[in-house]
Design a protein around this ligand. Structure first.
Ligand code: HEM
Length: 181
């Protein structure tokens, strides 16, 4: 879900002025799934360090990815956070355009490594999850299927609601920042 939404957001960057309404909508939508992903990651982190048996058995991610993890989280929150600030900055933009672009560059570098490291696992996990008849190993990894789908749906619906309530701000933004200026 995050891959698809971020890829779509990436397309809007290619012509951000023309596609600003979509850029706003997708950016706001992303808040729901990104917060869910952040919460799930922090939950795994805490369960591992308090010694929950399942989480100890699964073990932590590989060391380089474990070190990269906080940067994945922080740059994702930064690119969305600076986007919201920029969107609502009014006529005095200050450093927000720079901050938003800088956050994007850092996010892109970190996320490229993160995605390349994990994407190869996705097809098998998604196929196993959709079939619902996953084998032993997949069942271990894909536990809590019902709760996961419910949370994912709730996060997307929350994002759609946020996007729906705020995307009109794109018009106000363009209005206060003359195109080409
Ligand atoms: C709530 C979320 C977001 C809002 C409200 C938002 C808003 C904006 C605004 C107002 C601009 C300036 C457009 C202009 O200069 O005409 C912008 C540019 C940009 N945004 Fe976002 N954004 C959000 C999320 C994101 C995300 C998630 C990414 C990427 C992962 C992103 C990447 C960029 C980039 C790279 C630019 C610069 C494009 C350019 O100048 O060529 N934004 N955004």
């Amino acid at each position: 879900m995050l891959l698809v939404l971020f890829a779509a957001e990436g397309v809007t960057i290619l012509a951000v002025r023309q596609l600003l309404t979509l850029h706003f909508f997708l950016g706001m939508l992303l808040i729901g799934p990104v917060l869910l992903k952040a919460s799930a990651t922090i939950y795994r982190f805490v369960r591992y360090y308090v010694g929950a048996p399942d989480y100890r058995r699964k073990g932590p991610p590989a060391l380089p990815l474990r070190l990269l993890g906080p940067f994945v989280l922080l740059t994702s929150l930064a690119v969305i956070g600076t986007g919201v600030m920029l969107g609502y900055a009014g006529s005095n933009l200050g450093l927000w355009p720079f901050a938003h672009k800088a956050a994007f560059v850092l996010w892109f570098a970190v996320m490229t490594i993160h995605v390349l490291a994990y994407a190869w696992r996705l097809p098998r996990m998604i196929a196993g999850d959709l079939r619902g008849s996953a084998g032993h190993r997949a069942r271990e990894v894909l536990a809590g299927r019902r709760a996961r789908w419910l949370l994912l749906t709730a996060s997307v619906l929350t994002g759609v609601l946020l996007g729906g309530l705020t995307f009109h701000q794109a018009g106000a933004w363009l209005g206060s920042h003359i195109v080409g200026g």
